[in-house]
Design a protein around this ligand. Structure first.
Ligand code: MG
Length: 305
């Protein structure tokens, strides 16, 4: 039995201990075309996110100011930070994963696999050992709206692991319809990966799979972690207790580590991605179609971005 409570849907009593009942959903900015890729910079007290079709990146400061962070962003989608604090981004336009150095220059981390161009890297996460894991669906080459229309050169839509020390790029999974968001469990023993293939095939997957991380480098024992009952999973994040906070059609869905749906935060627009931020890492930033939203929670994001 689902209990409705203002902007929350409580499906399990545990959800009340993860949320603040009196907290409001704040719309911090609007005017994007497709907001994605939020990443928190605690040292700068700001959030950076992507506005993919407008080919720009935006910045929200904790004091409320919103400004353009980067123009001509090459249709940047997902963002994260590496262990040195550098911005790591997926670019549809360049069909590559790049790192912004502290002097502002751009280093290409990966743009080809076995001599062929990547599809359009979508989302990225950096493991504690510095390895860069990213997904490579075809969304950015399907049309000229979020990139440049092109035929894929890769036979499959892969999930990759990049070793930054050697530059070796390896496929860790190749059987996704459209791999999308990804995140490690707090202890990095598991990797969660969304499959958003239902975006173009209603019969296809709209679930998050979970894998065991084997020797820190490979994936095994893949199984379906959860399926969404509204919309599809794009980007998501994990809190300190291992709960998954994922984008969905009607808002943000929160799943326990055992896959139980704990509850939802209802958002007026389709959600693409989320991240925890704020000085105490207890504020969930939500990129949802045209707008950036935020809501304070009773939990804390795992990691630092
Ligand atoms: Mg995505």
């Amino acid at each position: 039995m689902t209990e409705k409570q203002s902007i929350y849907e409580v499906h399990d009593p545990r959800f009340r201990y993860l949320t603040v009942g009196s907290a409001a959903l704040d719309e911090l900015h609007s005017g994007c075309r497709w907001a994605e890729g939020p990443v928190w910079f605690a040292d700068l007290n700001c959030l950076i996110w992507s506005d993919i079709p407008n080919e720009r990146m935006m910045r929200y400061s904790q004091d409320g100011d919103v400004s353009v962070f980067r123009t001509a962003s090459q249709f940047t989608n997902g963002n994260t930070r590496d262990r040195q604090g550098r911005l790591v981004s997926c670019q549809h336009g360049g069909r590559r994963v790049v790192r912004t150095e502290i002097d502002g220059s751009i280093t290409v981390l990966a743009d080809r696999y076995q001599g062929k161009r990547l599809n359009s890297p979508n989302d990225v996460v950096v493991k504690a050992d510095g390895s860069v894991w990213f997904t490579d669906p075809t969304y950015g080459i399907l049309s000229n709206y979020e990139g440049y229309k092109a035929e894929p050169e890769q036979a499959t839509r892969n999930v990759y692991r990049l070793d930054p020390a050697t530059g070796d790029l390896t496929v860790v999974c190749d059987d996704f319809g459209q791999p999308n968001g990804l995140a490690f469990s707090p202890d990095e023993s598991r990797l969660y990966i969304a499959d958003s293939a239902s975006s173009h095939d209603t019969k296809a997957s709209r679930h998050i799979r979970v894998f065991d991380v084997v020797d820190g480098k490979a994936l095994g024992n893949g199984r379906v972690f959860c399926s969404l009952d509204n919309g599809l999973p794009d980007g998501f994040r994990v809190d300190v207790d291992g709960n998954i906070w994922t984008s969905a059609g009607d808002g943000v869905h929160c799943f326990a580590p055992d896959g139980t749906l704990l509850g939802k935060i209802l958002v007026p627009q389709t959600v693409a991605n989320v991240t925890f931020g704020g000085p105490r890492r207890n504020r969930l930033f939500i990129t949802a179609t045209k707008s950036l939203y935020a809501i304070y929670t009773a939990t804390t994001g795992a990691g630092f971005c």
